[in-house]
Design a protein around this ligand. Structure first.
Ligand SMILES: Nc1ncnc2c1ncn2[C@@H]1O[C@H](COP(=O)(O)OP(=O)(O)OP(=O)(O)O)[C@@H](O)[C@H]1O
Length: 470
């Protein structure tokens, strides 16, 4: 059975108060309601309140600025903020000012109930809230009015102030890097460095030295001690972009940083403490990489503790209008309001946007130049980008990755191996031979010609691998 609590609901919309009251009384709680911050504070002073549900939009003083007063009046009871205007700014402001959680109108009652139950559990272990700070937010950075983006803003707000590592997922161009930057900007580390790194862009032979630094003489060319990116990000945040591309050996070291907060420079045995928050982003399916042993399962679980997923733009078309206006404003386009009409928006909504917001941004830039300040039409926009069916990774790159993963696993399994090359051929050659034989309808002579090897060699290899002519 749940313990009965007194819950204060402060909202100037009677229907919201009524719905919450009904929901919470059916859980056995007592509900008192106020329609302004002033009335709510009076009620909070007169009652032993276990939780407050506070609307942001109130007639005189708004919910965000009244929040610290409610915390004081209720001896730091959990406070759930409700707003119809849920943007990142409001979400972060609410959490920074001490709110426990955040609900965006219209909300489902079952979601509200879940949020209330969690908050009430916290009520049992009240602690003083973190010191509040004035906010320094550029509200134009992350644009989005869709429910999906509201959820993303809420997640950013809830995780920003902690030191948790976060995995940000989503197709290319959905704004993963922007979300990572927003988490850093709204975190306690905001004054520290923010370093985004794409491992794929680093020299594969030097990747560990790039990340963790090295000591003099660690390898040929290491003429001096050198700090790595983790050291340079001291006190700040590192974004590991496309984390799936991290070599397996480096994944082990990253896990150590995540679990023990420690790493060593290459060639050094002295562990160093990493005072760095790690964010990671990927547009590939890490589950698949785990299944093929390209990504360590332990690291995967460590990283997926907190995950923020950015849906593709085609699943949140409501954001297209605000994004278009945002990009036009950034270009100082004349008369933004009439530049994008409903007819154009409808046409833009039906595009697939495989390149997501990056494609939209480029397309709007293109259209703005072509239209020279007049109202935009669909003809001003470039052709849509090819679909997702067109592979984003070339088969050669995919093969390179598979070979790299296979080699790293084989070396890890048997560091003293002396048969790597023949093991590799045995793993790959049968597929090649079978494919060519199938193509030639089982004609060995033709197959040998295509392969550029002698018929006898082909025969021997097929025999060795147990491949028959069919
Ligand atoms: N919600 C948004 N509001 C405004 N601009 C956005 C938003 N999301 C993305 N953008 C812009 O779209 C472009 C692509 O965003 P970003 O680089 O963050 O995507 P990504 O998901 O990290 O892409 P990739 O996986 O290819 O690295 C950037 O120019 C970014 O500023």
């Amino acid at each position: 059975m749940t313990t009965a609590h007194t819950i204060l609901v402060v909202d100037d919309e009677p229907s919201i108060c009524w719905a919450l009251e009904k929901m919470l009384t059916s859980e056995g709680h007592e509900v008192i309601t106020g329609s302004s911050a002033e009335e709510g504070l009076r009620l909070a002073a007169q009652n032993d309140v276990s939780m407050v549900i506070l609307d942001v939009r109130l007639p005189k003083e708004d919910g965000i600025s009244a929040l610290p007063k409610f915390l004081e009046a209720t001896d730091n009871a959990p406070i759930i903020i409700i707003t119809a205007f849920g943007d990142l700014e409001t979400a972060v402001a609410a959490v920074k000012n001490g709110a426990t959680d955040y609900l965006t109108k219209p909300f489902k009652l079952e979601d509200a109930l879940r949020t209330c139950r969690t908050a009430l559990q916290k009520s049992a272990h009240r602690t003083a809230p973190a010191a509040t700070q004035p906010m320094d937010i550029d509200p134009s950075v992350l644009v989005g009015t869709s429910p999906a983006m509201q959820q993303v803003f809420r997640q950013i707000a809830l995780v920003a102030d902690s030191d948790l590592s976060v995995l940000i997922t989503g197709e290319t161009g959905t704004g993963k890097e922007l979300v990572a930057a927003a988490i850093h900007r709204h975190s306690r580390r905001a004054d520290g460095p923010y370093i985004p790194i794409a491992p794929v862009a680093l020299n594969p032979d030097l990747i560990e030295s790039e990340l963790f630094g090295h000591v003099k003489g660690a390898f040929t060319g290491a003429s001096d001690d050198r700090a790595g990116l983790f050291e340079r990000a001291e006190g700040g945040t590192v974004l590991l972009d496309e984390i799936g591309d991290l070599p397996l050996g480096t994944q082990v070291k990253l896990l150590r940083v995540l679990e023990q907060g420690q790493y060593c420079r290459v060639g050094d045995v002295k562990p160093r403490t990493a005072n760095v928050r790690i964010l990671a982003a990927t547009n590939s399916d890490l589950h698949e990489d785990v299944a093929t042993n390209a990504f360590r399962e332990d690291l995967f679980h460590r990283l997926t503790g907190v995950q923020i997923h950015l849906p593709p733009l085609r699943d949140r078309v409501e954001d297209i209008g605000p994004l278009c206006r945002h990009f036009l404003a950034a270009m100082k386009y004349a008369d933004i309001e009439s530049a994008v009409d409903d007819e154009l928006l409808e046409q833009l909504h039906s595009r697939p946007w495989h390149g997501n917001i990056r494609e939209l941004k480029n397309a709007v830039g293109h259209a703005a130049v072509v239209s020279r300040g007049r109202k935009l039409t669909i003809d001003d926009f470039p052709e849509p980008k090819p679909g997702r069916d067109a592979p984003t990774t070339s088969p050669v790159l995919a093969m390179e990755k598979s070979i790299r993963v296979w080699s790293e696993n084989a070396i890890e399994a048997n560091p003293d191996s002396v048969t790597l090359h023949s093991d590799y051929l045995a793993a790959t050659e049968p597929t090649l031979l079978r494919t060519v034989m199938k193509h030639t309808g089982g004609n060995r002579a033709k197959a040998a010609e295509m392969l550029g090897i002698h018929r006898g060699t082909l025969r021997d290899r097929m025999k060795a691998y147990g491949i028959d002519d069919q």
